[in-house]
Design a protein around this ligand. Structure first.
Ligand code: ZN
Length: 238
């Protein structure tokens, strides 16, 4: 048996473990992202609701300022009407005062509508804020559990990485380089057992010229001609 075969298989076992841990890390990340997305939606609702409050309040205040200048003008005309002796001018003033009163009444009721709108939107914004606070409180437990899982996982990853490094350091340098390169480029496993003269990664028949070396060494370091997997004989390592 080739002396590097058990070492390579050992590295592959350690890499399998690292891949499992990576899957668990991704799951934690995805769960956190789901919680974050929920809060972000709520926070966006708060921002929109508060913007609506500010916009409506600004329009209400503008209407109020307009009323503040119109009321004394109206009052002045009303007073002039009381003292006006010329009937023609008085008739014109009366028409102006009545029109002014109608306009003021319309604008005042418009102001009331805006003030009600501000109140209603303030309630909406407060509710949106409450929902976010409630969601944050509700998530606290789940987040604590996730943090705990992440912390445990980090310890496992650190020890798995150390074990992998120590296993890989046993390999011949060139072989390690090749293995690591294959690890980056291949989605599937790097070392695959031969089965009935075929590569079990791509099911290509191993050339007759390579069967001899494979049986002698228990491994084809050069790899499968088709897919690059390093082929070994399972029986060689039992
Ligand atoms: Zn293959």
């Amino acid at each position: 048996m080739h002396p590097d075969l058990p070492k390579l298989l050992d590295v592959q076992v350690k890499d399998r473990r690292l891949a499992e841990l990576d899957t668990r890390a991704r799951a934690i990340f995805a769960e956190r992202a789901t919680l974050d997305a929920l809060l972000e939606r709520g926070r966006a609702e708060v921002v929109a609701a508060e913007r609506a409050v500010n916009d409506t309040a600004r329009r209400r205040d503008e209407a109020e300022q307009k009323l503040a200048t119109q009321r004394p003008q109206h009052e002045k005309r009303r007073q002039r009407l009381e003292t006006e002796r010329n009937p023609r001018v008085a008739a014109q003033l009366l028409a102006d005062v009545e029109l002014g009163r109608t306009i003021l009444a319309q604008e005042e009721s418009e102001w009331v509508r805006m003030a009600d709108d501000v109140n209603a939107r303030t309630v909406v914004a407060a509710l949106a804020n409450e929902r976010v606070a409630a969601a944050e409180a509700e998530q606290a437990g789940a987040r604590a559990v996730l943090d705990g899982r992440a912390a445990e996982l980090a310890i496992e990853v650190a020890s798995a990485q150390a074990e992998r490094e120590s296993a890989a350091s046993q390999l011949d340098k060139t072989l390690r380089l090749r293995y690591d390169r294959l690890r980056k480029s291949r989605k599937n496993e790097i070392l695959v057992p031969a089965d009935n003269g075929t590569c079990t990664a791509c099911y290509t028949t191993i050339p007759r010229s390579q069967i001899g070396p494979l049986q002698a060494e228990g491994i084809l370091i050069d790899g499968c001609e088709m897919c690059g997997a390093i082929i070994y004989v399972a029986a060689a390592v039992v």
